[in-house]
Each structure stands twice: as C-alpha cells, then as structure tokens.
Design a protein around this ligand. Structure first.
Ligand code: ARG
Length: 288
C-alpha cells in the first residue's frame, strides 16, 4: 500500500506540483488478445485484484493532493484502463489517439468524446498514434516514440498541432513498445526564468544508437535505469516533481531517486502488468 510523503518540500528542495489526471477503473480488465509480449491470453487474470490495485494508485494521487477525473470503462475494451494511450493533452487541446491494433481502435473515439464533453478542444488524428504512451512533455519539448506503435508521421502531426519542438526517438525492444515504458519524466516543467531544469530517467537499451545519443546530449543528468528495473516496468511511473510513484519491484531505481532527493512512493500494479501496463499507462495527464 502506498505511503505518500506529504512533508514540506523544503527538506529535499524538490517541489511537488499539482497534477490533474484521467483514469479508468479496470472493471472489464482481462487479457483476451495479445498485442505486446507481456500479454498471455492463456493465463488467468483477476479483475477484482486489478481493481483493488488500481484503487490504491487512485487513492495515492488523491492523498498527494492531485485531481483525478474518471472515464467510464466500456465492456469489451479491456485495455481502456491504460488511459495514457487515450490522447495527448496540452493547454486544453486534446490530440486524439488512433490505435495501431484493431482491438483498441474503438477506444480512440471514446476518449475523444470524453475530452469534448469535458471542455477540451479535440483534434481528430489522421496518423496512427497512442497518445501519452508515446508522447512525453518534458519542459518545452515533446519526446516522441516510434518503432512499435505511433508512426513517425504522427510526430509531424503532433508538431503541427501543438507547435512545439518534437524529438523523435526509436524504440527497439518489443517489451518496451511504448515510450512511457522506457522513459520516466521526473521534472516535467521548466525552472524559474526559463531555465530548463526538466529531467528524465530512462532505459538506454530500449533505444537505437542514434536515439541514445540524442538523449545523452539533451539530458546529461538523466538517471540511467538498469535492465532489471526496466524489466519490472520501473520507468512506467508518474512524478509530480517531488513524489515519484513507482513499482515496488524497481529497487535500484528507488535508491537512485532517493539519492537525487525525490520521494519514491511504491504502488504495486502486478495484475495490470499482465496486460503490459503499469502506473504511467493507467494515468493520462490533463493540462488546461
Ligand atoms: N495492453 C495494452 C497495449 O498493448 C497496454 C498499454 C500500456 N500503455 C502504456 N501507456 N504503455 O496496448
């Protein structure tokens, strides 16, 4: 069970920023098809356990003072719990998702409907993209993954929609098929006076050589996470700039975060890992 640290920020110098998230209760969660190497339809899943674990993540966000909105789960869409894939939202504009695999295609319009009903300006996507699963806002830039799900063309579309610098990165290990399984954004915002103090943690081996070189250049202070911690979805985490919600199995990453003055908060989503998702996958940031 999570034990959020709500002690004053002054202790570590890290400042927690308020976040607004979209989540989806996994009432219809199961593994009935296989679209990533983690999914094994022959293995049983426990939906009640998935809901309990999901609830502990929800409760953790609330205890940390964040706002969480909910989208209704739809029967027959077992992956809808992974709301990170539902779109990408900045400044009240929601760029919709267009899923790679048929099984998840109906989720795209369902999320766009929610965005529209909740006051977001919706941009209907032309290109295949899986939202915040592959797009991560880091300071003024968007890091964008390709290789397995979102296409390179979606990176261009993303640039046109938001007018931000988009940095394309290529994923090469099928276990880390979305960018949010290989990169954790620790400090998503820029520091005072426009100083870029945004930082990330990442799993070097999940990327091709050219992408690794780009990451080394952009983030010389990044935390490099071990293969062991990557393999338990340690990087699939959510940070408010101070508290970093991570898997309890990512022991090395937990220690690295502490050394840097972050407060790791441990939440176990083992049942949702059967679908190939973790903490970040279940969390979509809503930026107004
Ligand atoms: N079963 C889902 C899929 O393969 C898991 C999605 C995980 N989401 C994420 N943001 N990494 O599409």
């Amino acid at each position: 069970m999570a034990t959020p640290n709500t002690a004053p920020a002054i202790e570590t110098g890290r400042i927690a920023q308020h976040r607004t998230y979209l989540m989806c209760r996994p009432e219809h969660f199961t593994v009935s098809y296989r679209i990533n190497p983690w999914m094994e339809p022959a293995n049983p899943t426990d939906t009640a356990l998935a809901v309990r674990q999901w609830q502990s993540l929800y409760d953790t966000y609330i205890a940390l003072g964040h706002d969480v909105h909910l989208i209704d789960p739809i029967e027959g869409l077992p992956d809808m719990v992974y709301t990170a894939n539902g779109g990408f939202v900045i400044d009240g504009v929601a760029y919709g998702a267009k899923f790679r695999f048929q099984e998840r295609v109906p989720e795209g319009p369902a999320f766009m409907e929610w965005f529209g009903e909740n006051g977001f300006q919706v941009v209907d996507p032309v290109e295949v993209n899986e939202g915040e699963g592959d797009f991560l806002l880091v300071g003024s830039k968007v890091l964008a993954g390709t290789g397995f799900r979102s296409t390179g063309d979606s990176h261009r579309e993303l640039r046109d929609v938001f007018g931000k610098e988009v940095v394309s990165l290529t994923l090469v290990d099928p276990r880390f098929y979305h960018l949010d399984t290989a990169i954790a954004v620790l400090d998503p915002v820029e520091g005072p006076g426009g100083v870029e103090r945004a930082n990330i943690a990442y799993l070097p081996h999940a990327f091709d050589e050219a992408s690794r070189a780009v990451l080394e250049d952009l983030y010389p202070d990044a935390i490099l996470v071990s293969d062991a911690d990557g393999a338990v979805f340690g990087l699939n985490s959510a940070s408010d700039g101070r508290n970093v919600i991570i898997s309890p199995r990512a022991k090395g990453f937990e220690a690295q975060l502490r050394e840097r003055g972050y407060t790791p908060v441990l939440v176990d989503l083992s049942e949702l890992l059967l679908g190939g998702g973790g903490i970040k996958c279940c969390t979509l940031e809503l930026r107004r």
